[in-house]
Design a protein around this ligand. Structure first.
Ligand code: CDM
Ligand code: ATP
Length: 255
């Protein structure tokens, strides 16, 4: 069966622009990491229950792939989807570390949705897949669109391609499990300072290199200081020229 690549992402910058209920509105540049990806495929099985083959720190029910399946079934009421998942397991060769700020779970969910759309000829549009994916996680829409680089805003549902060369990164993930909700809550409680429209406009039109050359790691990612506050051990892992991705724990440097 065909193997599908679920790429990682880094946030070359991430700024909070406001609040939307329990969520934060952001403007962030997502960039695909070309040499870091999970590999997904369908593999025949002989038991009818939903099955994911791979090394995860969560149960099947907690897996973003299973959540994507449920959302897709809810949206399509497709009997062929049910039959597919009774006949095939989802095999995942996991390479993206979890709790890493690299979008691993979100990328797997997005890739699974695209696999089902292709194999079952569901003919769902990219927009429909992104709407379904958003119900699984805020980072999923970026991976559905599949751009190399994009300005992501809203809570993650607005994905606008950005024309800049795909950069190569050295990614370093300290073994610190970081809770995204906890980091966002710490930002809201201790660091809340949404950017103004002038800075937002400047960032949206700057290349990632221009931003990284003119912003410190703390300035480029509003979640870095909250992450340092909630997970002080991160500090000793910070190295010159490395920036912080998403809610962490990963650092990246352009090479
Ligand atoms: C940090 C980033 O990964 C940057 O790419 C994303 O903003 C978070 O994406 P994600 O991990 O897919 O987030 P989700 O799993 O959808 O949400 C986890 C939790 O993070 C917080 N959250 C997430 C996204 C967002 N724009 N604002 C938030 O406040 C919420 O408490 C939410 O319950
Ligand atoms: N397919 C999956 N791959 C990795 N983690 C998953 C998956 N499904 C569920 N999880 C769970 O989600 C949590 C971490 O997810 P993920 O790896 O997407 O976080 P992340 O790398 O920090 O992503 P983000 O950049 O969105 O913060 C862990 O609790 C992990 O067990």
């Amino acid at each position: 069966m065909k193997i599908y690549k679920a790429y990682a992402k880094v946030n070359t910058f991430l700024k909070i622009t406001g609040l939307r209920g329990d969520y934060h509105e952001i403007i962030s540049r997502f960039m695909r990491v070309d040499d870091l990806y999970d590999e997904l495929s369908f593999e025949k099985k002989d038991t009818p229950d939903f099955k994911i083959i791979g090394s995860f720190s969560c149960t099947t029910e907690q897996n973003t792939i299973y959540k994507a399946y449920n959302e897709l079934l809810e949206y399509t009421k497709s009997e062929s989807l049910d039959k597919l998942m009774q006949t095939y397991a989802v095999k995942v060769d996991k390479n993206i570390p979890a709790f890493a700020g690299l979008g691993g779970g979100s990328s797997d969910a997005a890739t699974y949705l695209k696999m089902c759309n292709e194999v079952l000829h569901l003919n769902l549009s990219i927009k429909e897949l992104a709407e379904i994916g958003l119900k699984v996680g805020a980072d999923v829409p970026f991976f559905i669109y599949g751009y190399d680089s994009a300005n992501v805003s809203g809570i993650g549902e607005i994905v606008e391609p950005f024309d800049e060369p795909l950069l190569k990164f050295d990614v370093y993930t300290p073994n610190i499990e970081i809770s995204t909700p906890k980091v966002y809550k710490s930002y809201r409680d201790n660091f809340f300072n949404p950017i103004n429209s002038t800075e937002l406009h400047k960032l949206k039109n700057a290349t990632s290199i221009e931003v990284l050359e003119s912003y410190s790691p703390e300035e480029a990612n509003d979640l870095f200081n909250p992450a340092l506050k909630e997970y002080p051990k991160l500090k000793k892992h910070q190295k010159d020229e490395y920036y912080f991705s998403g809610s962490g724990s990963s650092f990246f440097r352009v090479i």
